[in-house]
Design a protein around this ligand. Structure first.
Ligand SMILES: Nc1nc2c(c(=O)[nH]1)N[C@H]1C(S)=C(S)[C@@H](COP(=O)(O)O)O[C@H]1N2
Ligand SMILES: [Mo]
Length: 321
């Protein structure tokens, strides 16, 4: 059975986290007086040069919108771009190098389902229609690591309006690219590829829901979900589907990737709540990337004032996993 397989995040954290060895290397490189970018991680430096030739590079950095707060301390860019979950490239955290092979131009997004008229749009045409802004958000992975990063992009609501859904649409469903030649883990047919996630329409229209196309004032790197990914910061990280190629509107609640694998542990709503433990671990605290100290996790990941109202009429649902 699928659910019997041991996945990365089912391991105790000390086993699943390669951070210890990574930090040692950083310290060593620093002690030698050499730039980490040039010596320790030449591939990353290359990726950053590539970003400079991205057709959308001129759109970043974008003006910051601080309406939803500016949490601190910000995670170091190198941490957020070298410690990732992107199972298509592998089930451990160090997939950033493999992800460089993903070509993000040309990139077409297919819009369908309950819309006035199905259509396709190229990422650069879409970007040209959107007002790009920066938002500093908390991110809380269900595995209990967290980060604070500056995303650039546009409100999910603008994307929904651009798609012109029919009034009967209740959910928006987003899928990741299928490309087993590069996304090698997609050859493992025990997973329900492509990665699929969804939001209820009122969640998608909430101010906080965001589509990220940039990170740290540059186009978003492949490992973080280039060229566009969802960011719903009040939910566990797995909701934030990366490298989106299709957006469909439906009157039925979709079954997402992790829900298909193990619905009893990874549900549709997946809102952050420190008082509702995961089936196999507590969610009370979290470890910020790059820090050795755990901190308390906040209800709705600190965004209750913006989103709690979405759930007052959904009390009967399993809202917190
Ligand atoms: N397509 C796809 N999207 C994905 C994932 C994935 O494996 N595949 N992992 C999710 C999980 S579990 C988390 S915590 C975040 C991690 O985003 P980051 O690597 O930018 O920190 O991406 C989410 N989006
Ligand atoms: Mo996650």
């Amino acid at each position: 059975m699928l659910i019997k397989r041991v996945r990365g995040w089912e391991l105790p954290e000390r086993q699943a986290t390669p951070e210890g060895t990574y930090m040692q290397r950083r310290t060593l490189v620093r002690a030698m007086g050499l730039g980490a970018a040039s010596l320790a991680l030449p591939g990353l430096a290359l990726a950053q040069n590539k970003a400079a030739s991205d057709p959308s590079a001129g759109r970043y950095p974008a003006p910051r919108n601080d309406k939803y707060g500016v949490p601190t301390p910000m995670t170091e860019e190198r941490q957020a771009t070298t410690y990732n979950n992107f199972y298509e490239f592998g089930t451990d955290k160090s997939i950033w190098r493999a992800a460089q092979k993903l070509e993000v131009r040309p990139w077409t997004i297919k819009i369908g389902g309950m819309v006035e008229k199905p259509f396709e749009v190229g990422i650069d045409d879409l970007l040209a229609k959107m007002q790009i802004e920066e938002r500093v958000y908390r991110h809380r992975c269900v595995e209990t690591w967290s980060m604070i990063v500056p995303w650039s992009g546009f409100p999910m609501r603008s994307l929904v309006e651009f798609c012109k859904p029919l009034s009967g649409a209740k959910y928006v469903v987003m899928k990741t690219l299928s490309k087993p030649s590069v996304m090698r883990e997609q050859r493992d047919l025990l997973y329900p590829w492509p990665y699929t996630e969804g939001l209820a329409m009122d969640e998608a229209m909430n101010d906080l829901a965001f589509i990220a196309t940039g990170l740290y004032g540059k186009p978003i790197p492949q490992q973080n979900g280039a060229p566009l990914r969802l960011v719903a910061p009040w939910k566990y990280g797995f909701k934030n589907v990366k490298s989106i190629v299709s957006i469909d509107f439906s009157d039925k609640q979709p079954v997402s990737f992790w829900e298909k694998l193990q619905a009893s542990e990874y549900g549709f709503w997946a809102n952050v709540n420190p008082e509702v433990p995961h089936a196999r671990w507590s969610q009370a605290t979290e470890k910020p990337l790059g820090s050795s100290t755990r901190i308390p996790t906040l209800l709705y990941n600190g965004y209750a004032e913006f989103v709690a109202g979405l759930y007052t009429d959904r009390k009967a649902e399993k809202l917190f996993y």
